[in-house]
Ligand binder design. Structure first.
Ligand code: SAH
Ligand code: SF4
Length: 360
């Protein structure tokens, strides 16, 4: 905030009300501003035509609005669209639009890079560059809704882009509150899915949130040894404790926790794994989403043959586990799960980064 102006991209509605009130402006104007920013996608005050010209000038002088800028846009043959965003400090992140699955879905990032160290994920190989702010997380949705003209329509948001949302807890939850604001995009919890590697203390904290998104837990293994091998940071955590935290996670009537399971050829795709997964999830309101690995140079694993995927799914189904196999979308533009990586870090070549990313 070099200019000394408050960045309203980082404010929840009540904070914006306080900020305008400090300027001697009536609090109700905050709701009008929120509507312009989130429902109309404005990036400046001068287009807010239901505010007087004098008020717009006053706001422009005292406040600012930082918005992620679209640096590139790629469309896949299957309709998936990948947005490369440039942030104020020149770092880049990606978001993906996945149409008609059957809903319209935005897949957004919560961090630049990720500290969790999953061996099959290119984002993980970057390490953590930095957390995104709440405004940067919500800003991706704000811009996507505007560009795709979905501001007045329903869409889903999945936190499955770059980063681990529960490792950037405060900013992620604040972004969700901002997106849920009725005078803004009015997103409901049912339309949001938070995907996490599942750190137990953070999961317990999430369980107490009043605004609770759907939960997807990235499991990927059925024994502690295998999970510790695949996910570096899971080494201090036992699978039994993670599953126990999931068991006590509050679920509304008929809701289920999704367990994501990336299938790696010869590593975690055996019949024994499938049987262990059935046992592990017994009694849990769960569904399993199998994700055959999206291969990429630098990932030291391969995608299992369809036959193995099928065999795994059948064992789960015969164990009465609800199972689906994720159809990978956007692979031709490297927009599929785990394909996100920043190429050429900002320290070496600002402005020359490209990120590739993730979805389902
Ligand atoms: N950090 C969170 C959310 C982002 S990753 C998490 O891990 O859940 C979103 C999903 O993409 C996760 O389920 C992750 O396991 C999956 N994923 C990562 N790399 C992948 C790859 N190479 N192929 C397929 N899925 C991958
Ligand atoms: Fe991070 Fe998720 Fe990638 Fe693991 S799969 S490194 S938690 S982004």
């Amino acid at each position: 905030m070099v200019s000394g102006r408050t960045d309203i991209a980082e404010l929840e509605l009540t904070e914006l009300e306080d900020a305008v009130s400090e300027l001697g402006v009536e609090r109700f104007h905050a709701r009008q501003i929120y509507r312009w920013v989130y429902r109309r996608g404005l990036e400046r005050f001068d287009g807010m035509t239901d505010l007087s010209v004098a008020l717009r000038r006053q706001l422009e002088a005292a406040l600012m609005l930082t918005t992620p800028q679209i640096a590139a846009r790629d469309q896949s043959s299957d309709g998936t669209e990948k947005f490369l965003f440039r942030l104020a400090d020149q770092r880049t992140i990606e978001s993906v639009f996945i149409p008609d699955t059957p809903a319209q879905t935005f897949c957004v990032s919560t961090q630049v890079g990720c500290a969790m160290g999953c061996g099959f994920c290119l984002t993980g190989q970057m390490g953590l560059v930095r957390n995104l702010t709440a405004g940067e997380i919500a800003g991706q949705v704000r811009v996507l809704a505007r560009e795709l003209e979905l501001q007045d329509r329903r869409f889903n948001v999945v936190l499955m882009g770059m980063g681990e949302p529960l490792h950037n807890y405060g900013a992620t939850m604040k972004a969700l509150r901002m997106l849920a604001t009725p005078s803004g995009l009015a997103l409901t919890p049912r339309r949001v899915t938070l995907s996490t590697i599942g750190m137990v203390p953070a999961l317990k904290r999430l369980a107490r949130e009043p605004w609770l998104p759907n939960l997807a837990v990235s499991l990927h293994a059925t024994t502690d040894a295998a999970r510790h091998e695949l996910i570096q940071t899971s080494r201090k955590q036992r699978l039994a404790d993670l599953v126990a935290a999931c068991r006590s996670f509050p679920l509304k009537h008929r809701d289920r926790i999704t367990f994501e399971y990336v299938l790696l050829d010869g590593v975690n795709d055996t019949e024994a794994d499938a049987h262990r997964l059935v046992t592990l999830l017994r009694g849990l309101r769960a569904k399993v989403n199998l994700i055959p690995l999206n291969e990429a140079p630098g990932i030291p694993f391969s995608r299992p043959p369809d036959l193995h995927v099928d065999r795994f799914a059948r064992i789960l189904a015969s164990g009465k586990v609800i199972v689906s196999v994720r159809k990978s979308r956007g692979r031709d533009i490297r927009a599929a799960c785990g394909q996100l990586i920043v190429e050429g870090g900002p320290r070496q070549s600002p402005g020359q980064q490209a990120a590739q990313m993730v979805n389902g």
